[in-house]
Design a protein around this ligand. Structure first.
Ligand SMILES: C[S@@+](CC[C@H](N)C(=O)[O-])C[C@H]1O[C@@H](n2cnc3c(N)ncnc32)[C@H](O)[C@@H]1O
Length: 352
């Protein structure tokens, strides 16, 4: 009885985030129409696609609920929400919209304020991904990022991120003789720390590491993660093409929403690096966008996404064979999962 009530509360909570995301999208596109009627609009999804998306979302929420029931992670995670950030930064997100539209109308996709430091970053990275002001290079961007992702996915970003936790725990089972603190897990391109926070909740004692190219995002991750009990994850600024860790160091490596933002050759290099730092017997879990071959019914949506959200490498990503890339460097036993709008590649490094 109590469980049913909790489940209903969870579903209502998630559905309200979904409606909030929808309301924001509708309102902001109406406003944008008034100010900049020429900006490219995503074509309206057909009723069939909307039903498919709602079914996929319901399945994701059911999987999320079931994993919490199995105690893969605490049930409290299902209700976790950064209200302070919401009230503080949602007004800023709205105030940021006009300059974002301005950039879109003028086709300015590599536009950074003079205060941002741009030296030393690879060219492919210096982009206003998702039309974000300052790309990944400012504190403003880091403060708005999670809200923007919440709106984009209708509140389903964390339920999608949490789908890595069951395979992660499963993949680590073979190391269960080790004291939990000796289990080392790396999150590549950890951004503002959302995935590390989830891993910490599921594995309170493991040693966690995070790396990202953006100092601003790492600062934000640090703020988020130090509010949680348990040892603080070790965060390092680094390019995922040259991970600053020893060979065979981590029992598990995760990466969430990175690969669609990399050019093809960089995708391969990052996979090579993930292989190098993973221990024999260890697991790599990639979570990223769905692709054409697993979701042809959402082809129109995927087609419109890169232009609508400025994702210059997405079109190549959705047709890319990541399994081939993973096998090429030596990963094996690759399992694929799809949940809502995300796809998961779970790959093992052969035991030595
Ligand atoms: C879409 S965000 C995903 C962030 C986070 N994993 C999440 O789940 O929200 C992409 C992240 O990848 C980082 N990134 C992009 N290219 C990178 C690279 N070559 N090396 C390290 N980080 C990179 C960006 O700074 C950004 O934080």
């Amino acid at each position: 009885m109590l469980d049913n009530l909790t489940k209903l509360t969870y579903q209502t909570f998630q559905q309200s985030k979904n409606y909030f995301g929808l309301a924001h999208k509708i309102l902001s596109s109406q406003l944008r129409n008034l100010v900049h009627p020429t900006v490219v609009q995503m074509s309206n999804a057909s009723p069939e696609v909307i039903v498919k998306l709602q079914n996929r979302l319901n399945q994701l929420l059911e999987a999320d609920w079931q994993d919490a029931q199995k105690q893969i992670y605490p049930q409290s995670l299902l209700f976790d929400n950064s209200w302070e950030d919401f009230f503080r930064y949602y007004p800023m997100l709205c105030l940021d919209l006009p300059q974002m539209w301005e950039r879109i109308t003028q086709n300015r996709y590599q536009d950074f304020s003079p205060e941002t430091y741009q030296e030393g970053y690879p060219n492919y990275y210096l982009q206003n991904f998702h039309h974000q002001t300052d790309g990944y290079l400012s504190d403003l961007s880091a403060n708005l990022y999670d809200l923007q992702v919440e709106i984009l996915f209708g509140g389903a970003a964390n339920p999608m991120r949490r789908r890595i936790l069951a395979p992660l725990k499963h993949g680590l089972q073979k190391f269960q003789g080790l004291p939990p603190r000796q289990l080392r897990i790396l999150d590549v391109a950890c951004g503002t720390g959302a995935t590390l926070k989830l891993i910490r909740a599921a594995m309170p004692q493991a040693s966690l590491f995070g790396t990202d190219l953006s100092p601003a995002y790492l600062r934000k991750a640090n703020q988020l993660l130090c509010q949680n009990p348990g040892e603080l994850p070790q965060l390092l600024q680094a390019n995922a093409e040259e991970l600053p860790y020893l060979d065979n160091y981590f029992h598990a490596v995760t990466s969430v929403f990175l690969f669609h933002e990399l050019p093809a050759s960089v995708r391969q290099t990052v996979i090579e690096q993930c292989f190098r730092v993973t221990k024999p017997g260890g697991v790599l879990i990639i979570c990223d966008s769905i692709q054409m071959n697993d979701s042809p019914d959402l082809a129109d949506m995927m087609d419109g996404f890169p232009k609508m959200f400025h994702e210059p490498y997405y079109r190549h990503y959705i047709a890319d064979d990541l399994v081939e890339r993973l096998e090429k460097v030596g990963f094996q036993d690759i399992e694929i999962q799809v949940h809502f709008l995300s796809k998961y590649f779970i790959a093992y490094k052969k035991e030595g």
